[in-house]
Each structure stands twice: as C-alpha cells, then as structure tokens.
Design a protein around this ligand. Structure first.
Ligand code: ATP
Length: 324
C-alpha cells in the first residue's frame, strides 16, 4: 500500500475533521502518501482529489463540519458511477480507502470492495450513534452536549412561564440522542423510536408532574418517535386532552450537527483514524474501526451496517426513575 484515500460521506458530524487529520498524520507517520477526496463518492467519480500532508490538516482538530465536504451521490449507486470512481483511483495511484460516514456510506464502501476487491476501512461518523460495533460514533458526544445546552436554556424560559415545552431532537430511527440528552437535561418524558410509551402514559405522567408541584415540563421527542405523531401533532393532542397546558414547541434541527467537537470526539477521532491506517497497512479490509469498552476494535462492515446499535435498557430504567 503506497497511497491511501480518505473521504467523508453522508451527513456531516463534528469530529470528522479530527478524523481526517488523524488519517493524514498516521499516513505521514508510516510513510504512506495520503489523498483527500472531496465531496464523498461524488468527488471520487469526478476525480476531485488533492494530495494531503501533515501540514495540510493544521488547525482543524477543533472545527465542526468537514474540510473535505460531504455529499450524497446517486451516481455511486450505479455500476457505471463506481467504474468511473475506480478508474480515477487507479489513475491517481490510490490503493486503499478510508470512508468516514454512516451506514449508507459503509454500504457503498462494501459494494465497491466486492466489485473491485478494493481495500476499504470505515470510520463511523454520524451524530445518531446508530451503528453496531462501537459505543460511540463521531459527533454523538458533541451533539449530546449541544442538545443539553439548548434544553438548559429552554428550561429557564419554561419555568419562568410555567410552560410545557416539547423539544424535538434528531434521530429518525434511533433514540440515542433523545434518551441520553433527555436524561442529562432532566426531561420529564422522553419519546424514542424504539419504545412505545403510549399517549395515555404521557398524559398521565404530565398530570402527575403538575400535581407534584413542578412548575415547568420538558418533553424530549426524537424525530421518529414510536407514537407516530410529529411534535406539532403531539402538541395538538395534548392541548385537546389537557387544555390547561401552555405548550411551546422547539425543533432543534441542524444546529445539532454543528459546532466544535467535544474533547471526547476529538480523542475518539484521533484513535480511530490511526487504527484505520494501521489496519490497512496490516492488510485488513472491509472492516469498521470502532471503540468498545474504551478499546479500539474492528467489526466487519456488513455487521456494522446490519447490526444497528440497541437502546440500553438500563438507561431506559434510569430515565423512568429520574422522572418520578
Ligand atoms: P447518515 O447517517 O448521515 O445518513 P450515511 O452515510 O448513512 O450518513 P447515506 O446518504 O445513506 O448517508 O449514504 C451516503 C452515500 O453512500 C450515498 O449518497 C451513496 O453515494 C452511497 N451509498 C449508499 N448506499 C449505497 C449502495 N447500496 N450502493 C452504493 N452506494 C451507496
């Protein structure tokens, strides 16, 4: 292996830059050339490459987003698109790829590996933490801190006006952000895609918390909550059933993807980037690097994609107890 390509793909997440930096510097450390590929797979198809040395990643460890830009590429879903991408890699002398992204990006990497026997290693970069084989994906910890900080601010205004706030956080298929940030920010209820809390229980819990003397309430709702109502429908439903509530909705949206990565995400990115390069140099391919029990480890890409990380039952129990 003489030249390793690195790209970021799918939704961006804080820590991607720290991971790019780590891959580039690990390559330099092991005397391997490194090539940055812009705009994910689309840039691979269009030959948007740039040689990267250790000094080309100065001052990015603390930056959100990705200097390589990210993209979703329809062309890469076609054999013709992938053939063009392969042609460009061969022409540029790239022998292996590090793909930083979510499960969609890993699926693309796996397909590409099968077609061309091209060595690929994935680094999990998504705020949703929905990937099997790692306790944390890059950006999850930063997103949690962002959400908790936002809810703390909402709580200040909620308690000044005795209001009920419904706060929608990201997580179409996974409730990790909602559950963790909800516990961290002291939410009254947390609605996630994995568990059906039931509308009756929600109303009951709100009634109880009012009776117990709470002056304000925060309910955290993942985008894909199991109740099947979006946050505005939920507001209407509660108002119909408990008109005494003064309800406000706050959708946190894309701010959750931005910001300077937390120290945890920076350290994680540095560890995973080094492990990705070392794995390639050891001849490994088709794995995702992750972290379990504070140890970096490898999981076959197909398992990382299909496995889906489960919601921690102990966390659910703690959340229940905290809302007493
Ligand atoms: P996020 O978690 O933010 O959604 P992701 O990596 O899952 O990130 P996707 O948009 O699902 O994001 O996938 C990124 C890109 O991976 C797609 O735009 C496409 O180019 C490529 N890709 C996904 N699935 C396939 C596939 N089956 N075959 C080839 N390429 C794929």
């Amino acid at each position: 292996i003489k030249k390793i390509g690195v790209l970021t793909s799918g939704g961006d997440s804080p820590g991607m830059n720290a991971a790019i930096r780590s891959v580039v510097r690990a390559c330099a450390y092991y005397n391997v050339e490194c090539v940055g590929i812009y705009r994910g797979y689309q840039g691979m198809i269009e030959g948007d490459f740039e040689n990267m040395g250790p000094r080309s990643v100065n001052n990015i460890v603390n930056k959100g987003g990705t200097i390589l830009k990210s993209a979703r590429s329809k062309d890469f879903m076609t054999p013709e698109g992938r053939a063009k991408a392969h042609e460009n890699l061969v022409e540029y002398g790239v022998n292996a790829l590090v793909v930083i992204g979510g499960d969609g990006s890993f699926t693309g990497a796996e397909v590409f590996n099968k077609e061309y026997k091209f060595p690929v290693i994935g680094i999990p970069g998504t705020i949703d933490n929905d990937i099997f084989g790692t306790s944390h994906t890059l950006g999850f910890d930063t997103a949690l801190n962002t959400v908790v900080e936002a809810i703390d601010k909402i709580r200040d205004t909620a308690s000044s006006h005795n209001r009920l706030f419904l706060v929608e956080v990201m997580g179409r298929d996974a409730g990790h952000i909602a559950l963790n940030a909800g516990i961290g920010a002291g939410a009254e209820e947390i609605l996630i895609p994995e568990e059906d809390l039931g509308l009756e229980r929600l109303l009951e819990s709100l009634r109880k918390s009012k009776l117990s003397g709470k002056s304000s309430s925060i309910v955290v709702i993942a985008e894909g909550d199991k109740i099947g109502k979006n946050v505005f429908e939920l507001k209407d439903y509660i108002e119909e059933n408990q008109p005494e509530y003064d309800i406000r909705v706050s959708v946190l949206g894309h701010m959750q993807r931005g910001g300077s990565p937390s120290c945890f995400d920076r350290v994680l990115a540095s560890r995973l980037g080094v492990k990705a390069v070392e794995s390639i140099l050891e001849g490994k391919s088709n794995y995702m690097v992750g972290m379990l029990n504070d140890k970096v480890c490898l999981t076959p890409l197909d398992q990382a994609i299909k496995g889906h990380s489960q919601i921690d039952q102990e966390l659910l129990r703690v959340s229940d107890i905290m809302t007493t």
